[in-house]
Design a protein around this ligand. Sequence first.
Ligand code: 5HY
Length: 248
Amino acid sequence: MTGSSLCIQLINPNTSLGMTEVMAATARKVASPGTEILAVCPEEGAPSIEGHFDEAIATLGVLQQVKAGREASVDGHIIACFGDPGLLAARELARAPVVGIAEAAMHMATLVATRFSIVTTLPRTLVIARHLLHQYGFERHCAALHAIDLPVLSLDDGSGMAQQKVREQCIKAKQNDGSGAIVLGCGGMADLAQELTLELGIPVIDGVSAAVRLIESLHALRLTTSKFGDLDYPLPKPLSGRFADLNN
Ligand code: 5HY
């Protein structure tokens, strides 16, 4: 952290470097002067996260990165996958705030609209977004969820087809859902929010940008993860094998 006022660790839970770079570039664009973005992804895991199984795999990498970030004294951690995999476990490990991009985007959407829609990638991951809406208490704020029915990595294939599908679904959501805002349901869509907001004339919210600014606000308010109760550090025990490096 060379002279920056704060350092935010951006964790892409999948192993695709292209997506990590897209999210890192977006994070750096919205970050305040003096905020350093430390973008990382697990050395091993899934190249994209598209369901419960992938999320379970990704969680170990998220926790390893959070531990490394804590040891590097970062001022906050972003879990940059719309399923917010491992969020509560990461908060047990961390001292600094941990913010998931789904949670961040949903919070921001409720501050600018009474109802929002979500546009994500595959239909099978819609249930994950629904679970998060319930977990975070935003169910009554979400008017509808949509999928472009393309895999996550289609956002990283250079064809532009997925980006066009996102645009089409956002236009449909604005026309049909009665929503005042749209949440982009994938970290790989992070670079689309500004242009879509201008084109559609309603807030189109990317969770990476939202998470960067939320962590900056938490830092300014001196708020860190509560270590009183269920988010206290994990109980010490002899973790073995590939989990040994997670020993506190
Ligand atoms: C994400 N998967 O943000 C989610 C998006 C999704 O690899 N990064 C992923 O569609 O669930």
